[in-house]
Design a protein around this ligand. Structure first.
Ligand code: CDT
Length: 313
């Protein structure tokens, strides 16, 4: 039986503060319709795909941001997306902010199968940016104020005929993200992102945003023998330019499709999940070649130490 999955990366252009959930869902539905015409079985939408990227503003009272969070999924605004996807027989993955019944705030991505059932909801593990207001920045990146880091880690789920994982934006920059899923035989990682071009702590990185984006996802795909589907919300949103460059990356590390615009744009690839075994069974045969007995620092330590510290010069 063929294990080729036709996947669409449904990049979004900007979502302004004034845009309603209903307007955004109409855009998602248009991309879903195009995906159906192009034969997709799974469509991946970006991180925080239902609202503007609100962590760019710091609000003294966090409850003033409550309207940016979903309280359940599906809900009234997103039910049409669930209904249409089910009617078309297409699965999808959607990023959004979740305020749960216990008052916890998560940055999540949900995977929905072709029958419309939720497979899993992943909580972002690496929360970038800062917590306190930083007046010198042209815009904030206060994700650490708005979201808790996941308490669940990295899962892999059997769905769509393969082993599926998820990660969200900044997670893609950390090799541990891919390896934690690689060790669970992941064959496809779905990743939504919002990456501002301007990085205030070190603006020399601005011109490298596109390079770093593909660098980390191509390396993660290759080193773990997995497909990676990276999907942006890009373009000028509330005056802040976001990176597009959504891409579909093969287990070889090669980019097989890439968005050309920073608008709503669907890119599609036929992803052969059996391609993964060519890497997992050879160069990256973990069982044969890994040296976990030497990797203790990776889980035992967070920050880097200086080996010279405490030593006599
Ligand atoms: N959304 C998100 O995680 N964005 C970060 C921006 C850099 S940290 C300010 C990213 O890693 O792309």
């Amino acid at each position: 039986m063929s294990r080729t999955l036709t996947v669409g990366a449904a990049q979004l252009g900007p979502i302004q503060k004034s845009h309603t959930r209903e307007e955004v869902v109409q855009r998602l539905l248009a991309l879903l319709g195009e995906a159906a015409e192009r034969g997709c079985e799974l469509v991946v939408f970006p991180e925080l795909a239902l609202t503007t990227f609100f962590p760019r503003w710091h609000l003294e009272d966090i409850s003033e941001a409550d309207h940016y969070y979903e309280r359940s999924m599906p809900n009234e605004a997103t039910q049409p997306l669930f209904d249409e996807a089910r009617r078309l027989g297409i699965g999808f993955s959607l990023g959004y902010a979740l305020l749960d019944d216990d008052g916890h705030r998560w940055n999540v991505q949900t995977l929905v199968d072709r029958e419309g059932s939720i497979v899993a909801t992943y909580r972002k593990c690496h929360i970038p940016g800062h917590e306190a207001y930083e007046p010198d920045r042209p815009f904030q990146h206060a994700e650490r104020y708005y979201f808790e880091p996941s308490d669940q880690g990295f899962g892999v789920w059997e769905a769509f005929g393969g082993n599926m994982g998820m990660m969200i934006c900044n997670d893609r920059r950390w090799p541990e993200t891919y390896r934690a899923m690689g060790l669970q035989s992941v064959e496809m990682i779905l990743c939504g992102y919002n990456t501002p071009i301007h990085y205030a702590p070190d603006p020399s990185q601005d011109v490298l945003q596109g390079f770093h984006n593909s660098l980390v996802m191509q390396a993660g795909a290759y080193q773990n023998g997995t497909w990676v589907i990276g999907v942006a919300k890009g373009g000028r949103e509330e005056g802040v330019m976001g990176l597009g460059q959504s891409c579909i990356i093969a287990p070889s590390g090669q980019i097989v499709a890439q968005a050309l615009s920073t608008d709503d744009e669907l890119i599609v690839a036929n992803c052969d999940l059996d391609w993964c075994s060519r890497y997992k069974g050879t160069l990256f045969d973990f069982d044969l070649y890994r040296r976990p007995e030497l990797y203790g620092r990776i889980t035992g330590q967070r920050g880097a130490i200086n080996p010279q510290e405490g030593k006599k010069s």
